[in-house]
Design a protein around this ligand. Structure first.
Ligand code: HEM
Length: 279
């Protein structure tokens, strides 16, 4: 049976009088911060930063496919990222620019999602009548929060593993990306973490890609089928690509056997240029 629940934002005193407990509205900040205080502004920020992150994850997955070309090509790809911008700007500056952009996108994405959730809770006048209606109404947003937290933890683990080398210890060779990836992903517990986390990434991306259009106001039901096709394609491609890396490493298709030396090898001749400089 449905139970009567008090109105949110009210408090019933001992004598039965209902007293409002709403907080004073916050001072409106100047544009564009003022826009960000509204639900519409937050949804836009969440949508735009979501597109940026999705673009990064797709390009990152495509770049990682170089590991199937062998150690030399994969490490060259890592070097090319550090050399982006050519001789126009100092080495690694373009990469650092992209890293800062990505950090800002992640921070804004998480902040807008968290504050939007709080705003939605505060603006809902009644508490849910039953656990069932709660779960039905919130399945998508709860799965976004759960997968979002898994992704956040995964990114910290991933950076500790492949960027800072905290997990591989002495086996980590700065700049020798092939060595680090193969040593890390051929370890069963680490590969399982990558598999679970990348499934969470795909689920999050699927819901995100689907609801992104709604957040940006492009929600004509005429395009629902196209939206669903777009969301499943992007999430599916990223899922297959990213799961292939730990699986192929575990299977030994990508392994240390494919490598000859951590230094550049050109035309079968080892050069004296070793990777790992100027990181
Ligand atoms: C199995 C899937 C993945 C593999 C094999 C992989 C591999 C790598 C490698 C080799 C690096 C370079 C480390 C370095 O040399 O500094 C890297 C960096 C990074 N990855 Fe991944 N990655 C995967 C999935 C992801 C996902 C799903 C995300 C985001 C949600 C992500 C976010 C990052 C970030 C933020 C960096 C640091 C980039 C930088 O420092 O420039 N990765 N990853």
């Amino acid at each position: 049976m449905a139970t009567t629940t008090p109105l949110r934002g009210t408090n019933t005193s001992a004598r039965g009088l209902v007293r409002p407990t709403f907080k004073q509205p916050r001072k409106r900040l100047p544009y564009p911060l003022g826009l960000y205080q509204t639900a519409v502004g937050k949804k836009w920020v969440m949508g735009v930063t979501g597109i940026m992150i999705m673009g990064f994850v797709l390009v990152h997955m495509i770049g990682n496919l170089h590991m199937y070309e062998g150690p030399e090509r994969f490490n060259e790809y890592g070097e090319a990222l550090r050399d982006l911008g050519g001789h126009l700007i100092p080495r690694t500056y373009a990469l650092w620019g992209m890293r800062f952009g990505l950090i800002a996108a992640f921070a804004l994405h998480i902040h807008s999602a968290a504050t939007l959730t709080i705003m939605n809770r505060q603006s809902r006048p009644y508490n849910y009548q039953s656990a069932r209606s709660y779960s039905a109404a919130n399945f998508a947003s709860r799965s976004m929060r759960a997968t979002g937290i898994i992704i956040l933890l995964y990114i910290v683990f991933h950076l500790a593993d492949l960027t800072w080398g905290w997990i591989l210890g002495d086996d980590y060779i700065r700049g020798d990306v092939y060595n680090n990836v193969t040593r890390s992903l051929s370890n069963v517990p680490v590969a399982i973490i990558y598999i679970v986390a990348n499934i969470a990434v795909a689920v999050h991306l699927y819901h995100g890609a689907w609801s992104m259009f709604q957040s940006l106001g492009w929600n004509n039901p005429k395009f629902n089928q196209a939206r669903r096709a777009f969301a499943s394609t992007i999430a599916g491609v990223i899922l297959i690509g990213n799961l292939s890396f730990p699986i192929m490493n575990l299977a030994g298709v990508v392994s240390q056997d494919n490598r000859e030396h951590p230094c550049h090898v050109h035309n079968g001749q080892e050069t004296d240029i070793c990777l790992g400089e100027n990181n």
